[in-house]
Every structure is written in C-alpha cells, then in structure tokens.
Design a protein around this ligand. Sequence first.
Ligand code: FAD
Ligand code: SF4
Length: 511
Amino acid sequence: MKTLRLVLGDQLSRSVSALQGLDSAKDVVLLLEVQAETTYVRHHKQKIVLVLAAMRHFAAALRAEGIRVDYVQLDDPANTGTFSGELRRALARHKAGCVVATEAGEWRVQEMMQAWSAELGLPVEIRADDRFLCSRAEFAAWAAGRKSLRMELFYREMRRKTGWLMNADQPEGGEWNYDAENRKALPKHIAIPPLKRFVPDAITRAVMELVAQRFAGHFGDVEPFGWAVTRADALKALQHFRTKCLPKFGDYEDAMNSSADYLFHSVLSPYINIGLLSPQEVCTAALAAYKAGTAPLAAVEGFVRQILGWREYMRGIYWLDMPAYARTNFLKARRALPDFYWTGETNMQCLRETIGATRRNAYAHHIQRLMLTGNFALLAGIAPAQVEDWYLSVYADAFEWVELPNTHGMALHADGGRLGSKPYAASGAYIDRMSNYCAGCAFSPKIKLGPKACPFNYLYWYFLIVNAEKLKPNPRMALPYGTLARMPAENKQQIITEAEAFLDGLETGYK
Ligand SMILES: Cc1cc2nc3c(=O)[nH]c(=O)nc-3n(C[C@H](O)[C@H](O)[C@H](O)COP(=O)(O)OP(=O)(O)OC[C@H]3O[C@@H](n4cnc5c(N)ncnc54)[C@H](O)[C@@H]3O)c2cc1C
Ligand code: SF4
C-alpha cells in the first residue's frame, strides 16, 4: 500500500521515526510549508528562514537518495495554509492508503494530528519521536509518585543510564555537578572565537526573499543570515564549538557582555531542535573532547548537563503536565508585556542591548533569557501568556515543548515551583557582577531609590513584598525575606511608591 510519510519542519533527521521502514518504490515523503505555522506567533524572520530553508534542503537530500518527495511551498497558490488542508490535498494527489507521521513536538499540533484519522477516514500512524535521550514514557515513570521533580535528580538518573562521565556508579571526578566552577566574570582582554556562520545559497536566498516580503511585520532582521540549513553545515558548527568554544564554555557560561553576543556558547540549539543534529552526537562530541584532554571536566559536565539534563527534563515536564501547565499563574501576574520587548527602546541598557541582539541574531544566551528579559518580566508581574508568546517568537530555537517550561516554570515561577525550587529573581547587583552593561546605563546598580536607581533594585524588593504570602513560606527564600524584615518601614514604603510609579509608566512610557 502506498504510504504518505509526513515530516514536519522540526523533524529534519534522516532517522526520524516517520521515515523508518520507508519503501522508496512506493512511498511518498510529504513536507508542508503552511501559513498557519508561520504566523501563530510573530516568529522572528530568521527563524522562519531557518526552518523553511532547512526543509527545502532536506527535501533535496531525500530526492538525491532517489526518494519521492512531495513538497508544498508557502507561495503555492493552491496552498490551503494548514496541515490538515494540505494533507487532505496530498492524499487526493497520491491516492495513498495511509499516513505515517512522527508525533509533534507541540501539544497544539499533536492534538490536530490525533484528529486526522477520523477526519480523513484512513489510518494515520503516529509514531513516537525517538530522537530524545529519555522517552516520554520513561520520564513519566521516573516522575510517578515523586513529590519533588528536581532536575538534578533526573540528571543523575540519566548519567547512570547513559554511563556518560561515570566511573562504575560514581560520577567522574567525584562530583555530579561542577557549577560552582562555572560562574566566572569575563576578563577584559579575553579572545572570543567568532561564531561559525554560513553563506546562504540560492535555495536559502529564495526563502529569505519570500520571508522579507511576506512577513515584513514580524520581529527581527532577516539579514545577515548565517545559520546552517543543512546537516553537513550543522556538523561544521558542532566541530567549531568543540574545538574553539567548549574548553571555556563552563568558565563563562553565566557571563554577559555587550560586545560579545555568543561568548563561548554552542549556538547549536536551533540545529538540535529542528533535527539537523542529534542530542546524542552533540554530547558524544563533548565527551570525546574531554577524553582527548582538549576540554576540562567542568566545561564538559556543564555542557552535557544542559542537554542530557535540562533539555530532556523540560520536554518531560511539558508532556507530563500539558495542557494544564500553560494555564497556571501562581503569582497572578497580569501586567501587559511592555512594548520595549519588541522595539528594544528602553533606557535600561541591559535590556536594550539584549533585545537589540535578539532582533539581529534571533538568539540570546541562557543567562540573558533568564536573568534579564525573564527576570524583568518576573519582577514586573507580566502576564505569563504574553511573555511566552514573546519567547516563542523571538529565538531561532523556540519550540513550545522547550520554550514553555523554561519561560513559564524557570523564568516566571508561574507553575508555583513544579520545576524550580525558588524564583530566579535578582536585583541590579547580580547583573552588574555578571556583565558590563551597567557601565553605560542611565541608571546605577548601586543606587537603590530615586531617579538614578536601577529599576531592578526597587522592583526586586517590591516583588518580594507583593508576593510575600506565596513566597515567604518557601525555606529557600528565608534569606531575602530576613533582609526585608529588617528593612525600615519607610524604606519599604518608598520602594512600593517608586516601583508602582515605574510599573504604571511601563504601559505608556519610555523606560
Ligand atoms: C526564558 C527562557 C526561554 C528559553 N527558550 C528556549 C527555547 O525556546 N528553545 C530552546 O532550545 N531553549 C530555550 N531556552 C534554554 C536555553 O536558554 C537555550 O537552549 C540556549 O540559550 C540555547 O543556546 P546555545 O545553543 O548556545 O546553548 P548552550 O549554552 O551552548 O547550551 C548547550 C545546549 O544545551 C541545551 N540547553 C541549555 N539550557 C537549556 C534549557 N534550560 N532547556 C533546554 N535545553 C537547554 C540546548 O540544546 C543548548 O543548545 C530558554 C531558556 C529560558 C530561560
Ligand atoms: S543599572 Fe540596572 S537597568 Fe542599567 S544595565 Fe545595570 S542592571 Fe540594567
């Protein structure tokens, strides 16, 4: 029987389950560019180019193997604009007897897929996505009956399961986690390797033109576009990271710098998330560098933890708790997302620089996402759904299964601590310690109140004051609440007055 094998834009791996057992004499591989997926949030232009250009290159590689590919382009006049509409049209074209697909990464699309068999009146086989290091069932089994789902415990299980950085049942070097060594501030004269970029070919250029015309109102700049859109180039980016950045990845993992957008980060998340690289091979490359003595243990452990630990854990939480997870709002945050998240027009230098870099690059590294844009949204009480739409739009690597738990849980504490034991809230002192932003800012991190005071300072204490009922009982918040208790009442009152004036001005003013 002829089978349609559907491959989605974030499933561009030759080994993806939808392609397993493919009969190239009969089967047709279907790839669909649809308007609904490009516009359900205002995705960064580079993100749309990345996905569509990588899909077109993937289709070309399959054809070169002699596989029949049916590829529907966004600008095909007959394109209905939705997966369901295009699947129906493709079935009529090919007279296929069944559809084979890999489960979607997002709840919304997975729901849609589950309705297809009944809607189309033919078998639709939805296979598990086996490109992760922990299956959804395995994660659910690990979580079952546990009171606390801390990432660190999950990560240790995954270390034991894979045997990575293990000596029998003991962690390599005696510690599970070398984070304490990974928090250095960036020295002044350190050489930072330039990011590995790729010159767009004719296929990618055509997509860039299409996106520039069709999505002009979306966030971000389309040029310069230097992302890898083929597996071969993504492998070159991995090799570049392994040799040039990994040795210092750990040391400066938490640092931020206004003249270095990428520091020693891998910038591999878009490639892993759309399937050009596998999490397994990326970790294996880092482990090989450790074995060869070209990268220290703290860097390699730190890197492996991000993928084997955090990435898998976030996916596990997403599928365990959706769809209810997205609806929680523990801190009852309701304020509208300020316009400067889209324009970058704010006097707060750290946010202006980070949002500016995000517009240019469709990228910000983890600490910028967590401790700048995330921290500000947390302190200012921005409604989680609005913050999540922003995060889902602005980064090339943003897919809901990984974006949502990071934003909703880790950055906003909207899940009430399901994922993180305390909110990642910080004042200007932290940002000043970890970056060089404050030197050029209109505000000072050392001033607590008044027109020159860093807004992160009074917002931090205001956040603790207004959320005291919910956060004070948390033993991990004992220290800041102890300090707050010792603060003179008139200081607290001034903090409230200044923070509320600032927040009221957010909706209209230039801050
Ligand atoms: C509010 C917020 C939103 C985020 N949204 C996304 C998102 O939409 N997509 C996304 O892939 N990551 C997201 N992250 C996680 C992390 O910030 C990015 O994976 C990372 O910055 C990507 O850059 P990199 O490849 O240079 O990462 P590196 O610092 O080089 O880390 C190596 C790899 O580890 C993985 N990783 C690291 N941290 C995490 C994490 N917390 N969760 C999952 N994987 C992780 C990524 O695959 C990354 O490529 C978010 C984090 C926060 C705080
Ligand atoms: S002073 Fe405050 S607002 Fe300005 S850059 Fe520093 S942390 Fe950001």
